[in-house]
Design a binder for this molecule. Structure first.
Ligand SMILES: [Zn+2]
Ligand SMILES: [Zn+2]
Length: 129
């Protein structure tokens, strides 16, 4: 799962936090490794190779993320992954009520930085209007 750059500030790579995942035990031998950045290990492929690690992307590409969050450390934006779909929407298309409900529901697993100052919504002010 090679992640896209942040749609707002174009920063790369984004950080991925998985809440829950399922293992797709696939017999597909054509699974390639992650290209530039391995989201599962949270490192660039070059760095992994420099460390002498041989990342087992065969297994990491079989992990299907069910729910999680993608965060951008550059602009503090966050994007939910809900039922396997990453929602990488610009601020104006986001639903404040749903997004806050997502933060509250998963707040145990979301970094304090996002809960406190994540954009476009966070939990530092219950109602921002
Ligand atoms: Zn990988
Ligand atoms: Zn960003």
């Amino acid at each position: 799962m090679d992640l896209l750059a942040c749609p707002i500030c174009k920063s790369f790579p984004l950080q991925l936090i998985v809440f829950n995942e399922v293992n797709m035990s696939s017999s597909d031998s054509n699974i390639k490794s992650c290209d530039e950045y391995c989201s599962y290990y949270g490192k660039k492929m070059v760095d992994l190779k420099n460390e002498g690690a041989s990342p087992d992307c065969k297994s990491c590409l079989q992990i299907q993320i069910v729910n999680g969050i993608i965060t951008c450390q550059n602009c503090d934006r966050w994007y939910p992954i809900i039922e396997e779909i990453p929602h990488m929407l610009p601020d104006e298309l986001r639903n404040e009520k749903e997004d806050k409900a997502f933060l509250i529901k998963n707040k145990e697993k979301i970094p304090q930085a996002i809960l406190g100052r994540g954009r476009p919504f966070n939990l530092s002010h219950p109602i921002t209007e």
